[in-house]
Ligand binder design. Sequence first.
Ligand SMILES: Nc1ncnc2c1ncn2[C@@H]1O[C@H](COP(=O)(O)OP(=O)(O)O)[C@@H](O)[C@H]1O
Ligand SMILES: [Mg+2]
Length: 227
Amino acid sequence: MQLIELEDVAYAYSGNRLLQGVNLHIRPGSFHFLTGPSGAGKTTFLRLLYMELMPTSGTLRLFGKDAAALDRDAIARVRRRIGVVHQDCDFLDHLSVAENIALPLSVAGTPSPAAEEDLAELIAWVGLGERARARPPELSGGERQRAALARAVITAPDLILADEPTGNVDWDMSLRLLTLLIELNRMGRAVILATHDLNLIRAAKAQVAARVLRIRDRHIEPAGAEL
Ligand SMILES: Nc1ncnc2c1ncn2[C@@H]1O[C@H](COP(=O)(O)OP(=O)(O)O)[C@@H](O)[C@H]1O
Ligand SMILES: [Mg+2]
């Protein structure tokens, strides 16, 4: 089964057509970059995949289910299998970093002791062990992005959507975030990483069999060999 299937999908904001004729299959466990200039529609495309937006026309299937046929509960169930990392990560500033990361779990129910252990392990994995008790406003940009990544994957999603997670951090931190996403991919998660940073894509290609999708002229197509 494909994780994501799009058939002739189009999307328009109030009549202003942004994407059209999008045909795409994303396999479980694959790694895709989504690139294209600012304003091309990268964020819009990721919002379609998270069903924050619905296609204006065409068919979007997630985990084999037609997005248009899902009711609210079904949408919530599908979303639990998707982790999202935004460029501008929002946190609840009155909660600690650890509490923010655990938030998706507390929404799903009371965390068990085993879940507490997993949380500590996850926080250590993103390198925030020393910062777990800090409040989000005390974090650097790179720390915020790593906390956002940890929060996105705490529910062990099958699909991770990362929207320019390296947009506001320096090169070393970009590589570190990339490494975390590649490790998640090696653990079997599908990753879609939107970025306009071609150097990041080049750096990834040495480490992972990533495909590059590009938005051009409202279509999403495989990028050529020039990358
Ligand atoms: N909510 C919205 N309403 C109307 N137009 C929007 C909305 N969100 C984005 N757009 C427009 O759609 C285009 C693509 O935006 P976006 O998907 O954010 O591109 P990217 O992430 O590639 O920079 C831009 O021209 C943007 O101004
Ligand atoms: Mg964007």
